[in-house]
Design a protein around this ligand. Structure first.
Ligand code: F3S
Length: 767
């Protein structure tokens, strides 16, 4: 009962236990929910409630749910810390099916083969560590070159009705197959791996009604680039985005995955789609026909994989696919959305560099067979007309299966003939792992990508690279013009050989190939038995600068906090600002070393400088330097910041490092959901201003004390509350009371008291 590469069936997709899920949901309908119609998101979430008989009334946006996820997936950068934390719990194996994917640590430069060899050499220690953890704890290991986590999950594990956790913010990609897949930090993944119910505040549900049909240049990417512009990077916070309406039926499964993937850009908990025929086709094409049939049957009989008729959404947005124009989003924020027809004008108005320096397609967002065949159609048109690419062109296939199928079907040949560089099946330029040739360092330049995120310096490390996010189709057309003023829907370009005007015809692709090619067997997980292998040794050298065993954080001493203000951050502060990626990725398994990147991208409100903090004696330091100094001096600290603090990824180092360096409290105008949870899991108290204007009162080196934290910790229910803070100004000794709000649940109070969630889980499991 193994697949062609010897992987046991237990490690592949499983048909969800639909009958048990329906039973659980019916119990909740009878006892808790009443007869109100449910959204699809609610059906999947509530049917994963760990103890339905203990569940009280559920109010969306208010009630904490304890859920049993079906599966956990981890990428190599975040898996290191997840595994290091899991190890401290002392359990013999993972409680649920889980997988590790080596995709983030591969630098893109010369092309797949050479880059992979280089990555294997540079990261051997880390890959070996992850592989030994996987073997020891019964986790499936997808080695370097096998593909990007979200593509592999879609091809192998996501199924309608599944609920999974993934240690990457674009885990919602699996919603393209009707799953509820949520991006989390490693500590949350440990909940799944240890079988500890995972806590989530019941999200509100934002319904997106799709009408009409996509055609011509418009693609699924435009649904999400448009929606991100409409809702903003904070608009999805606290929501699951659920798509419905007749327009859904016209979308491919991989197109829906693209849409769900980028829901993360709006801060949404996740995104999902109801069961469609295209999901059935995709499951069949990926060798999961029985699951496709089971999903279809359960949906026909029980309407289980779609919303109930008249389900109520907290908000509804309607998008007519028939009139949707391609959009281009950026620079520096994914919600700055411009229709392609207005992009030239926007470029001129904003003085964005009009000469494009590179075009990149692929990544977890857009590397489906459909994407690649549409791009190939454009490339062939250009070739026939004698038009040459004007700028470097890079392609990252999402998986070995996609790469091999592209090769078999001649797509790779088409791309190679156009001078494209096909990079490894990995994240590469999408996560700063781009060893970019050319003199772009420190120079303003524009790149067009089919990626999902465009924060400063995210791709090539150059803060002056403007990354414009759009569909692979528009990226490809731009590669042939090299000019941001070009609108491929209306404009022509001159043929390099004939001098005649050439206008692209709208791209046409194929939803699915005639069977996927599996590719090279070495890129598939080794056959491992579900029974764990306790004899496997996990080696972490004390001399290593890449890996470091974790020391538990100290438990809370049950005294009111007495803190010094280390820094007041101005403006956007994403997880990239708090815990930079790029070259720092190599220290993900070494908390001490990676902590030297803490907040190095943050702007100091008082000095206007990036990565600058001022000590009591007026001396200037980098932010991590001052944190380290204050830690050594025994001065616990607080950082103050503005809105949507921690926006972006699930990067838990953005919480771990401040905790490691002596941070006790983050006081901000608002938090991004995953980051706020990550802080709570690591024993850092996240508070928001009740009155935002109080942000203006605070300056660096002021003293901030909690006045009733102990009382709050005693009384915390599950609906949040307030904490009173006393601010003592350093300059004049004046004192001010600041009211802050918290969202701590009872469980999160336990984590805080124990010092971290992992301490708490470990203590409980050892009892
Ligand atoms: Fe990788 Fe970029 Fe996706 S980093 S997981 S390809 S968002």
């Amino acid at each position: 009962n193994r697949d062609p590469f010897g992987v046991p069936a237990e490690f592949k997709s499983r048909t969800p236990a639909y009958s048990a899920m329906i039973e659980r949901l019916e119990f909740l309908r009878s006892n808790v929910l009443g007869d109100r119609p449910l959204t699809l998101a609610e059906k999947i979430l509530y049917s994963h409630i760990a103890a339905p008989e203990e569940q009280g009334a559920i109010e969306r946006g208010e009630t904490y749910l304890k859920l049993n996820p079906d599966r956990v997936a981890m990428q190599d950068a975040s898996a290191q810390m997840a595994m290091l934390q899991f190890m401290t719990c002392g359990l013999p194996s993972s409680a649920v099916p889980a997988s590790i994917h080596c995709d983030h640590l591969i630098v893109g430069n010369k092309g797949a083969d050479q880059d992979l060899v280089a990555a294997m050499a540079t990261n051997k220690e880390v890959f070996d560590f992850l592989q030994s953890c996987a073997e020891k704890y019964g986790i499936q290991f997808w080695g370097p070159g096998s593909g990007i986590i979200h593509q592999i999950v879609l091809e192998n594990f996501s199924v309608p009705g599944l609920m999974m956790l993934g240690t990457d913010s674009h885990t919602p990609n699996a919603g393209g197959l009707g799953a509820i897949a949520i991006g989390v930090g490693g500590a949350d993944a440990v909940d799944g791996l240890t079988g500890t119910p995972w806590e989530l505040k019941a999200p509100k549900v934002l319904g997106v009604k799709l009408t009409g049909n996509l055609s011509g240049w418009s693609s699924p990417k435009d649904v999400i680039t448009y929606l991100t512009g409409k809702l903003s990077v904070r608009g999805g916070t606290g929501y699951i985005i659920e798509y419905f309406g007749e327009g859904v039926e016209s979308l491919s499964c991989t197109g829906m995955a693209t849409i769900c993937n980028m829901g993360a850009e709006m801060g949404a908990t996740t995104s999902t789609f109801p069961f469609t025929e295209s999901m059935h086709r995709y499951l069949e094409a990926t060798r999961r026909g029985p699951i496709a049939d089971a999903a279809k049957a359960v949906n026909q009989q029980h309407r289980f994989l779609q919303a109930d008729a008249n389900a109520e959404y907290d908000q509804v947005i309607e998008i007519n696919l028939s009139t949707l124009e391609p959009h281009i989003n950026g620079p520096f924020t994914p919600d700055l959305s411009t229709p392609v027809s207005q992009f030239g004008q926007a470029t001129r108005d904003n003085k964005w560099p009009a000469t494009i320096s590179a075009g990149l397609i692929g990544s977890c967002t857009n590397s489906s067979y459909q994407d690649m065949t549409r791009v190939a159609h454009l490339v062939k048109q250009a070739k026939e007309a004698g038009v040459e690419p004007k700028i470097p062109f890079f392609i990252t296939p999402g998986s070995e299966q996609i790469r091999a199928t592209m090769e078999r079907d001649g797509l790779t040949k088409t791309f190679n003939e156009a001078g494209a560089t096909v990079l490894a099946n990995a994240c590469g330029p999408c996560i700063g792992q781009w060893d970019r040739n050319g003199a772009f360092d420190g120079e303003a330049n524009s790149i067009f990508t089919s990626f999902n995120r465009n924060f400063r310096a995210r791709n090539d490390g150059n803060p002056l690279t403007l990354n414009f996010l759009t569909s692979p189709d528009i990226v490809t057309a731009m590669i042939y013009s090299g000019d941001a003023n070009f609108n491929p829907l209306t404009d022509s370009i001159k043929s390099d050989t004939t001098g005649q005007d050439f206008k692209f015809q709208p791209p046409v692709g194929k939803e699915l190939p005639e069977g996927f090619e599996l590719g090279r067997s070495e890129f598939y997980p080794a056959a491992v038995d579900p029974a764990t292998n306790p004899s496997v040794q996990i080696a972490v050298s004390p001399e290593s600068d890449r890996l470091q065993l974790l020391e538990p954080f100290e438990a809370f001493d049950q005294k009111e906090l007495d803190l010094s203000v280390l820094l007041k951050v101005e403006g956007k502060c994403t997880t990239d600002h708090i815990s930079a990626a790029g070259a720092w990725l190599k220290y993900k398994g070494h908390l001490e070393n990676i902590s030297y990147n803490t907040l190095i991208g943050a702007q100091n409100k008082e000095t206007g400088e990036v990565n600058q903090a001022i000590d009591f004696d007026g001396s200037e330091h980098t932010i991590p330097e001052l944190m380290t100094k204050w830690k050594q001096e025994g001065k616990p600290w607080v950082v103050v910041a503005e809105h949507n603090y921690g926006e972006g990824s699930a990067r838990e180092h953005a919480a771990l490092s401040p905790r490691f360096l002596g941070g006790k409290l983050l006081l901000v105008k608002s938090f991004a959901r995953i980051h706020e949870t990550n802080l709570k899991k690591q024993g850092v108290l996240p508070l928001t201003f009740a009155n935002e204007a109080d942000y203006n009162l605070i300056e660096a080196c002021d003293r901030l004390q909690t006045m009733d934290l102990l009382d709050m910790l005693q009384k915390a229910g599950n609906n949040g509350g307030e904490v009173k803070l006393l601010l003592t100004k350093r300059k004049d000794g004046s004192q001010h009371t600041i009211i802050a709000k918290h969202t701590m649940s009872k469980d999160q109070v336990d984590f805080f008291n124990a010092g971290s969630a992992i301490n708490y889980i470990g203590n409980e499991k050892r009892k």
